[in-house]
Design a protein around this ligand. Structure first.
Ligand SMILES: Nc1ncnc2c1ncn2[C@@H]1O[C@H](COP(=O)(O)OP(=O)(O)OP(=O)(O)O)[C@@H](O)[C@H]1O
Ligand SMILES: [Mg+2]
Length: 234
């Protein structure tokens, strides 16, 4: 059981942006995808979701080849995705944001579960999502993804616009995902921050892997310290 990405080449029609990347994540594990602005992190995860026009290579989810399937079918196979931007409907209420998720199962029961897991959302269920704080909004984006009971969940820079205190709050939520048996792909510009909660990591530069391996080893690698960790404000 794993989400296995191999030799992935992806782009938007011109030159390839992601140039032959491989990684895998097992249920209950967190894999960090780090790298500076424009290194291809979002393109990589969008390609895994089926949201990029040109893709070659392999994406295998528990034995199913996802590349042959449209994005909706990938979701049905257990792949969840919280995009970097536009991850909630700002004009809909918190409750409506959950209610519009096509979850297939008992919608009311799942909404109740989400309100139990995220009490701040329960308190604000009638509020327009656009009025939530940054941290609350990320909770809603996570809740929308969890409504679909994913086996694997892709989080694209979930803390990008948040204050240090809220980053900690969102990281607490991410740490709980493996306990639900979910395999997490965490995209994060700040390599050190992501590697501190990940089991494994991969560092991209201009669409290619520059380093990969157990997170603890990457954190101790001198090349990383020089090249990438210096960018981290933490
Ligand atoms: N829809 C698109 N069409 C054409 N080029 C794109 C598109 N989206 C991204 N790119 C280009 O692909 C490259 C990689 O972008 P991508 O968004 O994957 O980087 P990223 O690592 O996620 O960066 P960031 O940390 O800023 O989110 C950039 O040069 C970008 O301009
Ligand atoms: Mg990005």
């Amino acid at each position: 059981m794993a989400l296995i990405i191999s030799d992935l080449v992806a782009g938007y029609g011109g030159a390839a942006i992601v140039k032959g990347v491989g990684l895998s994540v097992e249920p209950g594990r967190i894999v960090a995808i780090a790298g500076t602005n424009g290194s291809g992190k979002s393109t990589l995860v969008k390609a895994v979701m089926g949201l990029v026009p040109k893709v070659e290579g392999k994406v295998d989810l528990d034995g199913t080849n996802l590349l042959a399937l449209p994005a909706e079918a990938r979701v049905a196979h257990g792949l969840g995705y919280v995009p970097q931007v536009a991850n909630v409907f700002t004009t809909l209420s918190v409750w409506e944001n959950l209610a519009v998720v096509e979850c297939g199962g008992d919608r009311k029961a799942r909404i109740a579960q989400m309100f139990e897991r995220f009490p701040a959302l329960a308190e604000r269920k009638a509020m327009a999502a656009g009025h939530l704080s940054g941290g609350e909004r990320q909770q809603l984006a996570f809740a929308r993804a969890l409504m679909l009971e994913p086996k694997y969940l892709i989080l694209d820079e979930p803390t990008a616009a948040l204050s240090v205190a809220l980053v900690e709050q969102v990281f607490t939520l991410i740490r709980e995902l493996p306990q639900l048996g979910i395999g997490v792909l965490l995209v994060e510009q700040r390599a050190r921050l992501a590697l501190e909660i990940a089991d494994d990591g991969i560092i991209l530069d201009q669409g290619s892997e520059v380093m990969a391996g157990p997170a603890a080893e990457l954190l101790e690698d001198n090349r990383m310290a020089e090249l990438y960790l210096g960018h981290a404000p933490t």
